[in-house]
Design a protein around this ligand. Structure first.
Ligand SMILES: [Cu+2]
Length: 357
């Protein structure tokens, strides 16, 4: 005799499940609504030639696959419709089947040939897209070297004149209408750089150097994200790409080249001493001071950035204070230790960092 196993979900658990589902839908909806205000991260609205080529390839692939899918479905329906129905009363079919077999064989042959041609067409489209991507002229390109770290991005803006080179982190600024050549490197992790509105993905691999060229056609802010699982903090590896009108970009770059201007606000002066006398200098750089380590992001112009810790927090005094107090709370496993400074010291440190514009 078979014993009935107990039902997997009693009515109570089913109720809980429905509630959970409703809550999840609500959260997703809220996220979706919140995301509306955020900078775009959308493959289908290209803001530059590279992303436009990739979007075109996507549309071609989608069209071909849709036609093939519809064709296969139609063929299945026709086959079902026309297949002979036999029952016990039907006469046995004793005719030779070879004529019908031959006709079916021809149809299968035609379908195979069509599939091969369509696949070849997709390969050609893909190769042509690749060629088009390589075609972007690099005349007068801005050169930026990006180094991947656990779990942040370092960006060095190169110049033929080394004194005009500068370093920043977690936020890229580029001039609109001018090509940008990224050189991609990594210290200790494999990330994949992806700004969907501007280009496809490219990996940053320790010991290798890769390049990526793109151009933003119009000014705007575009969101980028690490697109390859890179460890514990993969989800907190975002960055912004701000495309400026050319003159505005030059002004931004000129400001980044300057060393930090010392504020004379007493709180900030005290914070500066705490910063330079504390552990912060073991990992961070502030140009124009003795802090010159590269274990963490360059903080010379921290206050000019929109977010903290690779897009994890807004760059506000409150979040900055919470970050310094305990970074592990926001990015567990991150390579910055919590600090046990008294509240008033923390406030002074924040005042100093906020003065680094
Ligand atoms: Cu990553």
């Amino acid at each position: 005799m078979r014993r009935r196993s107990p039902p997997l979900f009693t009515r109570g658990t089913r109720c809980v499940r429905s509630l959970l589902l409703a809550a999840a839908c609500g959260a997703l909806l809220a996220l979706g609504l919140g995301a509306e205000a955020a900078p775009p991260q959308d493959v289908l609205s290209p803001a530059g030639p590279q992303a436009a080529h990739i979007r075109d390839l996507w549309h071609i692939t989608l069209a071909v696959c849709t036609v093939v899918f519809a064709g296969v479905l139609a063929a299945v329906l026709v086959a079902l419709w026309r297949s002979p129905r036999a029952d016990s009363a039907s006469a046995a079919e004793l005719d030779p089947v070879s004529a019908r077999e031959r006709r079916a064989g021809r149809r299968v042959g035609t379908a195979v040939a069509a599939s091969v041609l369509l696949l070849l067409f997709l390969i050609v489209a893909s190769v042509l897209t690749d060629r088009a991507l390589a075609q972007l002229s690099l005349k007068d390109a801005v050169r930026i070297e990006i180094t991947a770290n656990q779990w942040w991005w370092e960006a060095r803006y190169d110049d033929d004149d080394p004194s005009r080179t500068f370093t920043t982190a977690n936020e890229l600024h580029i001039p609109a209408g001018r090509p940008v050549l990224f050189t991609l490197k990594s210290n200790d992790v494999i990330h994949s750089l992806w700004v969907p509105n501007l280009h496809g993905k490219k990996d940053l691999i320790p010991g290798r150097t890769a390049t990526l060229q793109l151009q933003a056609d119009k000014p705007g802010v575009y969101r980028g994200q690490c697109a390859e699982f890179c460890g514990f903090q993969h989800a907190f590896m975002a960055f912004l790409v701000v495309a400026h009108p050319p003159a505005e970009y030059e002004a931004w770059a000129a400001a980044q080249r300057r060393t930090a201007v010392a504020s004379d606000d007493p709180q900030a002066v005290r914070g500066r001493a705490l910063f330079l006398g504390g552990t912060c200098v073991m990992c961070h750089t502030v140009l124009g001071t003795t802090a010159s380590a590269h274990r963490g992001p360059d903080l010379t112009h921290l206050a000019s950035r929109q977010t903290l810790a690779a897009g994890s927090l807004a760059n506000t005094p409150q979040d900055l204070e919470r970050w310094i107090r305990n970074p592990q709370q926001f990015k567990p496993g991150v390579n910055m230790p919590a600090s046990n400074l008294p509240d008033e010291d923390l406030k002074a440190l924040v005042a100093y960092l906020r003065s680094l514009s």
